[in-house]
Design a protein around this ligand. Structure first.
Ligand SMILES: Cc1ncc(COP(=O)(O)O)c(C=O)c1O
Length: 361
């Protein structure tokens, strides 16, 4: 592809010297598990996010499972989440033996619809798990008014304003395309409740504090020292990366993309993990972009309530209409901090031509 969907290498290449120095320090120390970099990163991330504690874990999926476990959520419990999200959101709930309950999304924000969420609350509901989808903060204030604990799946929204401040715990993924990324798998739990943080800290290490006494049946799910070293290099850049993403989103709008498809509404807090437009002519536009060598992607085309592994939950086609429409219409265009304005012009011209409107504005 002439223009990729994202370019993580372009983000870390200017930092290679610093990365090599930090990795050399880890190699010299001979400490690879739960060493000083993990501890320092947890403190730096907590300060950045404005939470009291964070706990580094192996990936964003484990972060969700560990939070659910720490809250004692399991068989017989229900957790409300969207079906227009990555599979891991609901998988974590099912992995704990609890029941994912899907609420529909708001068609503009693509995030959980608080009204539909309210209607799905039962006596068994233990938590609501909104996802800050594509980097746009979910409506935390409205959701928290429903009186059920919130667990924020913030995998796609590191650094978005307000994220991680409402939930009893929030989870992040450092998969290498995320707003804050590692050089491999990694994850983080951010907690506003110190007891939850402490329990997650023990669960990530077999339910133990000291490798002597084991208090719970836990997991082995630790953030690696080398990943933490890289994350400490990247963390000071995430704010300017998020600003650059917002500028690139503004440029798409200026270039006239809104003449031919529905653009993501530019909420102040949106950090554009992905730049996702929507149009009923999605497949036609995707084919034109493919032909022009411009990478693009359609997310969650089979939403979670229709996934084979979750069929046992009993949702049929048509049960979540806005989710299913978003699955048919969404199209992600190239987005990363530092995407060239000329590349964006090419992309908009290609999309406008495919829709029968000529050239970028
Ligand atoms: C919304 C969401 N939740 C959870 C995850 C799981 O994160 P990981 O891939 O680090 O396990 C991801 C990421 O890939 C995600 O996008």
């Amino acid at each position: 592809m002439r223009i990729p969907l994202n370019d993580v290498k372009a983000q870390y290449t200017p930092l290679l010297g610093e990365l090599r120095d930090r990795f050399a320090d880890v190699l010299d120390s001979g400490r690879f598990i739960l060493g000083p970099n993990v501890k320092a990163f947890e403190e730096e991330a907590a300060a950045y996010l404005g939470v009291s504690k964070t706990v580094g874990v192996a990936n964003g999926t484990d972060a969700l499972v560990l939070v659910l476990d720490a809250l004692g959520i399991g068989p017989g419990d229900e957790v409300i989440c969207p079906a227009f999200t990555f599979y891991a959101t609901a998988e974590a709930i099912a992995r704990r033996g609890a029941t994912p309950v899907f609420a529909d999304i708001d068609p503009v924000s693509l995030n959980l619809d608080p009204r539909d969420t309210a209607e799905r609350i039962t006596a068994r509901t233990r938590a609501i798990m909104p996802v800050h989808l594509f980097g746009r903060p979910a409506p935390l204030r409205e959701l928290s008014e429903l009186g059920v604990p919130i667990i924020e799946d913030a995998a796609q929204a590191f650094g978005a304003p307000g994220v991680a401040t409402t939930g009893v715990a929030s989870t992040f993924s450092f998969y290498p395309t995320k707003n804050l990324f590692g050089l491999g798998d990694g994850g983080l739990v951010a907690a506003t409740d110190d007891d939850v943080a402490e329990r997650v800290r023990m669960l990530r290490f077999h339910g133990s504090r000291d490798k002597v006494d084991f208090h719970f049946v836990g997991y082995n799910s630790r953030l690696d020292e080398l990943q933490a070293a890289a994350l400490r290099v990247f963390l000071p850049h995430v704010a300017s990366w998020n600003t650059a993403r917002r500028e690139a989103a503004g440029r798409y709008e200026e270039l006239g993309l809104s003449d031919v498809c529905e653009l993501p509404v530019d909420d102040e807090g949106h950090v554009y993990h992905m730049y996702v437009v929507r149009t009923p002519e999605r497949d036609q536009l995707a084919a034109a972009l493919d032909e022009a060598g411009i990478a693009n992607a359609s997310y969650y085309v089979t939403p979670l309530h229709l996934q084979p592994a979750l069929r046992f939950l009993g949702y049929g086609e048509g049960s979540l209409p806005e989710t299913e429409r978003a699955a048919r219409e969404n199209l992600a265009l190239p987005m990363w901090p530092g995407i060239a304005p000329e590349a964006q012009e090419d992309i908009v011209t290609t999309v406008r031509q495919a829709a029968g409107v000529h050239a970028a504005r």
